[in-house]
Design a protein around this ligand. Structure first.
Ligand SMILES: *Cc1c(COP(=O)(O)O)cnc(C)c1O
Length: 399
């Protein structure tokens, strides 16, 4: 099938919700992907922070192939070794005692919201309010677009579920002003991803923890983008030594195989009784085996140390570009390999030109270049990326 045929079928038959770039990707290896015309790209987007081991990592390919040959799915009416193994790993890594496995980020957050409501309602029937932050992103289901305090995701889908309130991110006074005995939970990304890579001030997350304790509210950290080693720790909240009551994961967890999860402290998870929540596919042996292989490989290949080292190097290189193009780049933000470059103009054209020159990056929030590469990259890959970006920016300043 040639590229034009794929474009034609997509345009004819796929719901027109995605503004896709005009290439057809066919395969990848490590941090590189290839399109159907044979062109090679350095992938600094990794399927939006998903392919953390890069593409076609042999350990992940082997785990998925072997599990597929044994059993892909059997429903949650039965136990499987792969799922029990994953639950134990996620409980141990997070320090939160209980785990539920879903199929995506939105579903993990939806489950976290349901659990928080169930837990808080038992304390008082009015304890239902969920507070989230402006510019956050929590997913595309009705409850999670409501949690997502951005009108562009909500418009046209009203009536939205009730009980959500929004405050400015990184503003403890604003949060304090809306908290009360009715607060069920505060739900935050420890570093905002889709909103433009916003890192809160040191101490903010700890202050949020204190307010939650003061009002008997649960603290939910959405680690869907920032978790799984993306910032150099398994969970971004570890940088601040703040422990949530509930944490959610997805994106990198399966290395590309769809999976999400939420973890909760034992006393919170005890609010769920048999039948209170469920899923047909969630945590099936195939997805669980993939996540188990990802976690094992992360340890074997010392991925966290690599993220810290290569991330620090990359921040230096990106700041070098900022110094070279001060009119175009106003700030470099982020942690580990979750980095953003604030531009003084929209970024889509720069992303498009990078792609034409064999580099895949992305633009979020309109004017922030986002870098969420595979966590296995080396300094050499950073150099290769920066060289392309440099040439594209040099062209952009001339316009
Ligand atoms: C991507 C993302 C989600 C939604 O995940 P899906 O798998 O697309 O449903 C939720 N929260 C955050 C922080 C994300 O980055």
């Amino acid at each position: 099938m040639n590229q034009e045929q794929v474009f034609a079928w997509d345009h004819a038959y796929y719901m027109p919700v995605f503004a896709r770039y005009p290439i057809v990707l066919s395969h990848g290896e490590g941090p590189y992907v290839y399109d159907t015309e044979g062109k090679k790209y350095l992938d600094f987007l990794a399927g939006i922070a998903v392919n953390i081991l890069g593409h076609a990592h042999p350990a992940l390919v082997r785990a998925v192939s072997e599990q597929a040959a044994k059993m892909i799915h059997c429903s949650n009416l039965y136990y499987t070794e792969a799922q029990a193994t994953l639950a134990r790993s996620l409980a141990t890594l997070s320090g939160l005692g209980k785990v539920f496995i879903a199929n995506s980020g939105a579903e993990a957050n939806e489950g976290a919201i349901k659990l928080a409501r169930k837990y808080a309602k038992a304390i008082h029937p009015d304890k239902v309010e969920i507070i989230t932050a402006e510019h956050c992103f929590h997913g595309r289901t009705l409850a999670t677009i409501t949690a997502t305090a951005q009108p562009k995701y909500q418009a046209g889908y009203e009536p939205l579920p009730g009980g959500f309130k929004y405050v400015a991110y990184n503003d403890i006074a604003a949060l304090q002003a809306v908290m009360s005995a009715k607060t069920c939970a505060v739900m935050l990304e420890p570093i905002q991803g889709e909103g433009g890579i916003h890192v809160p001030d040191p101490g903010y997350l700890g202050q949020v923890r204190q307010l939650c304790d003061q009002y008997g509210a649960l603290l939910i950290f959405d680690e869907i983008q920032s978790g799984m080693g993306r910032t150099g720790k398994m969970f971004a909240y570890e940088h601040e030594n703040v422990v949530p009551d509930i944490a959610t994961l997805a994106k990198g967890l399966g290395g590309g195989v769809p999976i999400g999860a939420f973890m909760a402290a034992d006393k919170v998870a005890a609010a769920f009784k048999p039948g209170d929540h469920g899923t047909t596919f969630g945590g099936n042996p195939l997805a669980s085996a993939a996540a188990n292989a990802v976690l094992k490989t992360m340890q074997e290949e010392k991925i966290l140390a690599n993220v810290t080292a290569v991330g620090n190097y990359m921040v230096k290189q990106l700041n070098g570009l900022k110094d070279a193009y001060p009119a175009l780049i106003t700030k470099v933000r982020g942690k580990g390999l979750m980095l953003g470059m604030q531009l003084s103009r929209p970024g889509r054209e720069i992303v498009q030109t990078c792609m034409e020159r064999g580099l895949i990056i992305n633009c979020t929030a309109g004017d922030v270049l986002r870098f969420v590469p595979p966590l296995i990259i080396t300094r050499e890959h950073v150099d290769e990326m920066v060289a392309v970006l440099d040439s594209v920016l040099a062209g952009a300043v001339k316009q």
